[in-house]
Design a protein around this ligand. Structure first.
Ligand code: CP
Length: 359
């Protein structure tokens, strides 16, 4: 059964096919009105959401299907202690496909191992957000006409911003893509992206604290919110929260043909005066999310008609190390096996299979 937990599970060819399908949906919505008749999407949201949950639900409704689910953990039996795996098994009895958001890193992966229907990761803690990346790719393609030969600036909370992690994983596989990573030193990109993606595949990147210096070279500026809910120390959040504010003065430093993106919600990292700039693409980006989620639901349900067993990759797995990430699903679900994988044999580096933190 094919799920989508990490954007890396989709090849570049599959990403391009999803973009093609989404563009066809935009041009010919009537062709798709009945494609998911009698199919049900379960939206299991253990953490707040506006765009992701509602765009998933709108996507399924526009495909002729129906939706069920919950929008907060307190209204599910998770509040009574039910595990993610048991929840996924139960929902498999009632729905055809699951979209799950969870504050614990690796929770949708655990669900996908237990469910008998496809599971889509709709955001897991500060780890990954692959369907936001699908929205981002369609946006870049529609705004700039290409996904290669781009200089992409990522600005703000690169440590906890899960959308940034999935976006780097996806776009670094296109030719000629360079990254400018703009963040305070406390919020730099984590090791599973720096070493497993950028360094491993020799993707060019520079790091800076200056948004102004970076602006003139960028084709894409991807702003992010400082993720208050992921900070252990509220004082640290207060100190860093206004690190970057994009305003009309800074926009004057940018190329004439570029696009400003943001997964939203914004707090105050983009002045509302920038909204009138034609290069501000973030509200169009939110709409693109619905079309790409439609394309993804179609693809996964089509593949589920002839399910092939996706073997769990046991290469380099070890079970003698315990993940110390307090946000990992393995930190709260005691019966999960403590599994990690060797990601760099020369340096003897192991990463947790759920959250990808070094163990
Ligand atoms: N971009 C995004 O994930 O927004 P929501 O949290 O509103 O779903």
């Amino acid at each position: 059964m094919r799920s989508l937990i990490s954007i890396l599970e989709l090849s570049v060819e599959e990403l391009d096919q999803l973009i093609t399908t989404a563009k066809d949906i935009i041009d010919h919505p009537e062709k798709y009105w009945d494609c998911c008749k009698h199919k049900k999407l379960a939206t299991l949201f253990f953490e707040p959401s506006t765009r992701t949950r509602l765009s998933f639900e709108a996507a399924m409704l526009e495909l002729g299907g129906t939706v069920l689910g919950f929008s907060e953990a307190s209204s599910s039996s998770a509040s009574k202690g039910e595990s993610v795996a048991d929840t996924a098994k139960i929902v498999s009895c009632y729905a055809d496909i699951i979209a799950m958001r969870h504050p614990r890193e690796g929770a949708p992966f655990v669900a996908s191992q237990a469910a008998s229907i496809p599971v889509i990761n709709a955001g897991d803690g500060g780890h990954n957000h692959p369907t936001q990346t699908l929205a981002d790719l369609l946006t870049i393609s529609r705004e700039l006409g290409r996904l290669d030969n781009l200089t992409i600036g990522l600005c703000g909370d690169l440590k906890y911003g899960r959308t940034v992690h999935s976006l780097i994983e996806a776009t670094s596989r296109y030719t000629g893509v360079k990254f400018v990573l703009i963040s305070p030193k406390e919020l730099k990109i984590p090791g599973f992206i720096r070493y497993n993606v950028l360094e491993k595949h020799q993707v060019p990147y520079i790091e800076t604290t200056s948004l102004e210096e970076a602006m003139p070279q960028l084709d894409v500026l991807y702003m992010t919110r400082i993720q208050q809910e992921r900070f252990e120390d509220p004082c640290e959040y207060e100190r860093l929260k206004d690190s970057y504010i994009l305003n009309t003065d800074k926009m004057q430093l940018a190329k004439e043909k570029m696009c400003v993106m943001h997964p939203l919600p914004r707090v105050n990292e983009i002045s509302i005066k920038v909204d009138d700039d034609p290069r501000a693409a973030y509200f169009r980006q939110a709409l693109n999310g619905k079309y790409m989620r439609m394309a993804l639901i179609l693809k996964l349900l089509e593949e589920a008609k002839n399910p092939t067993k996706v073997a769990f990759d046991t290469t380099g797995l070890v079970s003698d190390k315990i993940c110390s990430n307090p946000k990992c699903i393995s930190a709260v679900e005691q019966e999960l096996p403590h599994l990690s994988r060797i990601t760099d044999a020369a340096e003897n580096i192991h990463r947790c299979i759920y959250c990808e933190q070094r163990v």
